[in-house]
Every structure is written in structure tokens, then in C-alpha cells.
Ligand binder design. Sequence first.
Ligand code: PEP
Ligand code: MN
Length: 338
Amino acid sequence: MIVVMEQNAPDDRIDTIANRITELGLKAHVIRGTERTVIAAVGDERKIKVESFESYPGVSEVLPILAPYKMASRELRQDPTQVRALGFRAGRGVVGVMGGPCSVENEEQIVACARAVKASGGTALRGGAFKPRTSPYSFQGMKEDGLKLLDLARQETGLAVVTEVMSTEDVPLVAKYADVLQIGARNMQNYRLLEAVGRSGRAVLLKRGPSATIEEWLLAAEYILNEGNPDVMLCERGIRTFENHTRFTLPLASVPYLHRKTHLPVIVDPSHGTGHSYLVTDMAAASVAAGADGLIVEMHPNPEKAMSDGYQSLDFAQFDEMMKRCRTIAMALGKELG
Ligand code: PEP
Ligand code: MN
């Protein structure tokens, strides 16, 4: 349920309603928009009578939230959310770019990537320290040593650090070093992990599970939002289909579709979405054209030598070229890219 307040409703009236919602055993989220303040009552709605709220002073109207995801829904918040972390921004006219290797490998590699991302105008450095690998015999990441190298690269460049956290017990450690916590595709429905990142105080990049529907994905985002963390970005990284010319199938219609359903920023990962470096730049450009609020792109000083996902990683010159193409498109749409 959403309680829409009259314009300029005073704080004490807003508080009265929020307190009443809490007394009834639901969570009250006060959302101050540019036009009006709304109060969302989230939880078991059988406990509340809509009519009883209509008569409170200062209330303009009371509306149900029809979508099963409440906090993530556009019904709740019409203004798009902009997520920020250090100099990185995504949403509301800004296309935020995160670039970097699949895995952190050593100091030279990660610092070189960070410098190249920065030189091309990106604002965040990606790099996995805890890697979810299909085979237990593949490189599993540098773990805390990798996080320390990301921290060093941040100190060198000022870029925000985006890195994956794979398990609930690692959240405090990864949150100590990261500006944005990445929830990998394989963990999209690990609900205890979603709750933990919801309490971490860090922005979250929630990747789509390769077989998740958009509704399941938005309900996963809801777990994070419901813990009080508003800084959630959705990342389309491709889904599994019968098609095998690409590693996954990258459904870009999800970008404008999500913009109808949610106020959260939508990021696209054309690296995992295609699995081929020669397709990445075109699909990055297409993502921006489709309205994406950000990109996460794998790049490496020497892709052939990468310890993971080299075949889908751009080299520095290709990354720079991609940035130029995407910036031209962003500017044509009246947006900033960086
Ligand atoms: C990654 O970003 O390197 C990664 C493992 O992504 P995903 O979870 O989308 O497969
Ligand atoms: Mn990867």
C-alpha cells in the first residue's frame, strides 16, 4: 500500500502515519519525491485497512502496489533512482561505466587496468577477487590479497571498486574494500546473501540469474531494498537459451521493459552477455541506445593471457574505442557517459 501525502504535508503528519504502519507490524518507508512525499507500507497487507488511512489528516490518497515487488516498483517511486559510489553514478541521465578484468591477477595488471579505465573516462574499476567458477579446478581468485590490490588501484586512480561477494560470511570483509558489492548471476536467488548485502551499507550490483525471469530478478532486488539499502543496480548479463553462437543470449529488451517496471538503474554486461570480445563494443553501444544506465565491461592488458574470461575481454585500445562509440550515443540521447 502507498499512502500519498498532500503537497507540503508537514513532518508530524508523515510521522503519525509511519508510526501507525509500524504499530501494525509492517515496515514504513518514507519516500520524499520532487512533487510529494509517499509512505510505503511493506509487509503483510492483510493486517491493514486501507480505508482507515484515507481519513488521516494530510493524506491525499491511498493506493495498492499491484506489483509483487514493492520497493523496487515504479508504482512506488516515479523518479528514477541514481546510484552513486565515489565518482561513479548510474541513472538519471548518467551512463556509468565500470571496466576492468574478470579477475584480479597481480598488482601490475590491476593498476594498469585502473589507469586505462580512468584514461578512457570510466568511473569504476571491476575485478573479481572471489571468483565463482564452473569448475572447482579453475582459478578461484586471489581472495583478500585481490581485495587489497583493488584498494591500491583505487588509491592510485580514485575509481570506485566493484567486486563480487559470493557468500554471506564474506560480506564484512568484501564490504571493507569495495564501494559496490557485486552479486553474481549464480547467487541471484541466494536470499540470505541478498539480505546480508542489504545491511552492508554498500551499493549493490545485482546480476540477473541466467534462468531467472524479470519478476524473480526484481523480487531478488526487493530482498536487498527491504533491508533498508536503496542503492541497488540491476545488471542484465544474458540468459540461457537454446542458442549457442554466443555464451549467453543478451536480451536488450529487458532494459526498456525494466524502466517501465522499476525506478532502479539498469546496467548491461555485454562481456558475459556475448562471450566474444568482437561482439562487445557493438552490444555495449546497443545497450546505451536501448537506454541502459550503465555498462560493466571486461578488459585486460593482454586478453590472451588472462586467467579468466580473456576471450570476452577487450584490450585497452578496444576499450577506449568502445567508450568513444558509447559516449557519442549517450550524448545523442542527452546523457552523460563516464
Ligand atoms: C563476472 O562478472 O566475472 C561474473 C562471474 O559474472 P556473472 O556472475 O554474470 O557470470
Ligand atoms: Mn568474468
